[in-house]
Design a binder for this molecule. Sequence first.
Ligand code: HEM
Length: 137
Amino acid sequence: MSIEVKDIAAVSEQQIRQLVDLFYDKVRADPELGPIFERVIQEQWEPHLRKMYDFWSSVMLTTGRYKGQPVAVHKRIEGLEIGLFDRWLALFGESCAELLDSETASLFWRKAVRIAESLKFALFYRPDRPWPPIGAP
Ligand code: HEM
């Protein structure tokens, strides 16, 4: 199914803020992801959330508000293992389903899956090893 103008119009900045807030509430409560985020972000949750509103606004509404380098940033995160991406996506999917109608949820979901795949590839792909990695948790 291709993305049409009416689908893009269905996404609002308010939905983005609500989705980001709900998702990071879940992340912070998660026993595996929570400690990684708390260690890196510490007292800086407000700026992090604002950055993520900008990120999703750029992704979903092509506003260009996010100007960053997610690959470089994630490379520096200690303890970021490839197996954690499934958990990240599960919490993101739950958040979409709880907040959004199914069409809008699937617009966000498909973008998240694609970005997660490209991040995983950029972070973990090695030319001398099989892809996807065999035996990754
Ligand atoms: C297991 C998976 C992931 C973990 C543990 C993780 C963790 C983090 C952490 C700790 C930060 C804050 C870094 C800092 O401020 O120095 C961050 C930033 C960010 N994350 Fe993730 N992340 C994951 C997956 C993703 C995915 C799938 C996306 C996109 C769909 C994403 C998008 C971003 C963006 C845009 C930033 C801001 C980068 C910047 O500072 O410009 N992350 N992530």
